[in-house]
Design a protein around this ligand. Structure first.
Ligand SMILES: C[S@@+](CC[C@H](N)C(=O)[O-])C[C@H]1O[C@@H](n2cnc3c(N)ncnc32)[C@H](O)[C@@H]1O
Length: 282
């Protein structure tokens, strides 16, 4: 499908799939009528694939706003990022970070909101998007020497690709996206992972987190896709709960290097699973 130039993700996102692309890509039906990614995050798989017709979605409104602004106002976004790049200091970082802690934030333009998220993502510690229970960005300043804040080439390429009526960008719960799908669609699900131990629990993508009950609900949604004859692929952590939930599905084990962990000593290679269903195969 990808006859466009390559586009790398604009945001570094927890659970980004760039290093698993070699395992994931062969399991995607590239001849599908619509490619659907309900938990798009940084979009590593989506931008690698660049499908002609797609629906992408995420619950995180700040993230979806970034994609909409890139599609609609790339040049305005680039000029604000150029300004932020010149102003980049620890003091400026905390000033910008604090904006979502007061009521004026709602009045900020969508372009400025998107520029803020990109700037904070490029300059914060570990480049990780994290919010507290009130939904406020709370990663500290990263003190990088030359962070690549502007990325004009990526923004322009992404904008050209997204600016197409066949690419639908949505914000909300993944179940809404799955509702109207028809046979021929292909769904790639990359939900917040089931924590492998209580200490590794990361629930900071949105203020809501993702519990075991939500994992079980997601399994029901996968069963509904199967009933409709829609193929899907899901990534998740390799743990007994997930293996038990998906025991009647094909499961492939893959190794991923995960650098973002609440305990820095626990960084390293961990096992993850790819669960998939292809109509007619099982
Ligand atoms: C593992 S990340 C996706 C990583 C992504 N594929 C990448 O390569 O960067 C999971 C995403 O699910 C989103 N999310 C959490 N709960 C959701 C829900 N109920 N519906 C849709 N998206 C949700 C989070 O905001 C987060 O961006």
């Amino acid at each position: 499908m990808a006859d466009n130039i390559s586009i790398s993700p604009i945001l570094k996102w927890v659970g980004g799939k760039r290093q698993l692309l070699a395992d994931i890509m062969p399991l995607i039906n590239q001849n599908c009528s619509t490619y659907v990614e309900p938990f798009v995050g940084g979009g590593a798989v989506f931008f690698e694939l660049q499908p002609k017709k797609a629906i992408i979605n995420d619950y995180n409104a700040e993230l979806i706003n970034v994609y909409e602004v890139i599609r609609n106002f790339p040049e305005e976004l680039i000029s604000i990022l150029e300004e932020y790049s010149k102003k980049n200091t620890e003091e400026f970082f905390y000033k910008l970070r604090a904006l979502d802690r007061n009521e004026e934030y709602a009045a900020l333009s969508n372009i400025k909101k998107a520029a803020r998220i990109i700037y904070l993502n490029k300059t914060c510690y570990n480049g990780l998007y994290r919010v507290n229970s009130a939904g406020q960005f709370n990663s500290p300043y990263g003190k990088y020497k030359n962070p690549n804040i502007v990325n004009a080439a990526t923004i322009r390429a992404m904008s050209r690709y997204l600016d197409n009526p066949k690419i639908t960008i949505k914000q909300g719960d993944y179940r809404e996206v799955l509702k109207g799908l028809r046979k021929g669609a292909f769904v790639y699900l990359d939900p917040p992972y089931m924590p492998i131990s209580s200490s590794s629990s990361f629930t900071g993508y949105t203020e809501n987190g993702f519990s075991y009950d939500q994992q079980a609900e997601l399994k029901n949604e996968c069963d509904k896709l199967k009933e409709k004859g829609i193929s899907f692929l899901q990534s998740n952590s390799d743990c007994p709960e997930i293996r038990e939930l998906y025991k009647e599905y094909e499961i492939r084990t893959v190794q991923a290097k995960r650098s973002i962990n609440s305990n820095a000593n626990k960084r390293g290679e961990i096992s993850e699973v790819l669960i998939y269903y292809v109509p007619g195969k099982k």
